[in-house]
Design a binder for this molecule. Sequence first.
Ligand code: GLN
Length: 496
Amino acid sequence: MAAFGSMSIAQIQQGLTNKEFSAREVAEASLARVASADEKVHAFLEVTEDLAYRAAARVDEAIASGNLAAAGPLAGVPVAFKDNMNLEGTHTTCSSHMLEDYVSPYTATCVKRIIDAGGIPLGKLNMDEFAFGSSTETSAFGPTCNPWDLSRVPGGSSGGSAAAVAAGMATMTLGSDTGGSIRQPGSFCGTVAVKPTYGVVSRYGVVAFGSSLDQVGPFARTVRDAALTMNALAGRDQLDCTSQNVTCDFTANLDQGVAGMRIGVVPEFMNAAGLTPEVKSKIDEAIGKLQDAGAEIVEVALPNVHAAISAYYVLGPCEAFSNLARFDSVRYGYCDPGHKDLGGQYEGSRAKGFGEEARRRIMLGSYLLSAGVYDKYYYPAQQVRTLITADYTAAYEKVDCIIAPCAPRTAFKFGEISDPTEMYLSDMYTISINIAGNGGMNMPIGVGADSGLPIGAQLIAPAFKDENMLRVAAALEKIYGEAPVAPAFADGKVGE
Ligand code: GLN
């Protein structure tokens, strides 16, 4: 049986149109693939077999009545969702004991749009607990392994979403990104990974971490597949008042090349301490190739970007502290039995339901928002946010897109980074984009000379010009080739 998760959207749809296979066969083979490959990878927390077959049946009916278009632009595509996205009737655990038994009574808009577009939902994907982390090591249900090297992390927090695509289990998956959680795992696992501009995709039904920072986006192996997914995802949703009326076709300029485009290079990023030589040299190489392809390379400064991590680790925990207050054993979440009063029940349930990193963020947020402390941290962090946003606005007067590293290094080994502050630094290249709100994406550009592991270029677009970064990504894809399935999982292999 064909490895459908390794195919592109266009390949799957061509096969369906030519009746080489049915959507039911796609579902069957993809579920079998997950059952075998995921023993090694552990990307999935729940497999949604019934939903997959039901979705496939709808696609097959549309094809039988001679109307593949009616089945939707993602008809027959095997997809999966990060486990902080509600899908009616499935568990939505956020990889936390707190929500281990929680079953979604409704479906998130982003998930609904993918299924309505004809996607075949294979299941829910592992993540760092409540999306706190950069490695999936904080998942209460055990980490996901990087398909390129099973002894290494896939990145995080959307590690399961990246690994499922990299291992050829799904053609496309969704993740969420508050400070880098789509782009950094995309870079570690070598997949295209898009964090759209804040407001492009509805967050309704996605468990909130930092409401002013969170955004949903796709993982795929090709730029076109990511852009097609963006078309299905983007746009106004009455249920999320921050969602905008975006109607652009994200595939429109993928073939235009970069000739005449102005692409920015940021000295603060390229000269940062902590950037490994193999990543730096790959990014420099990509910059050279874009120049050869006709782009004008322009140096732009982001003078306040060094303060992004500090600001984020104030703003993020403050918002998380507020958002996670609902997990109190009464409104939502695990209830610790045997307490005589409500205060004791709250305390016991939250102490046992949340893991260490979640408790750290909640306590940090609680402290930072307390009287007397608020003025010293939260308020200046908001001012830094204004400065960083102004830096990007000024830069985009000179350029159409920025290129930077996505992560300072390639995927690390399990347990290699145990100090939380050191872990926070793995987001040094991604966080400022969430702070400013514009779009950013990872584009795989081959493997590192020292590590042999995937390296990604981060492309950063002006707000609501996400099509600019997709255009540059498509040009890089022409140069470097499409992102492959990880070698040990290619051609139907399962990690041998
Ligand atoms: N790694 C960052 C953190 O731990 C970002 C997480 C995210 O984007 N969800 O907060």
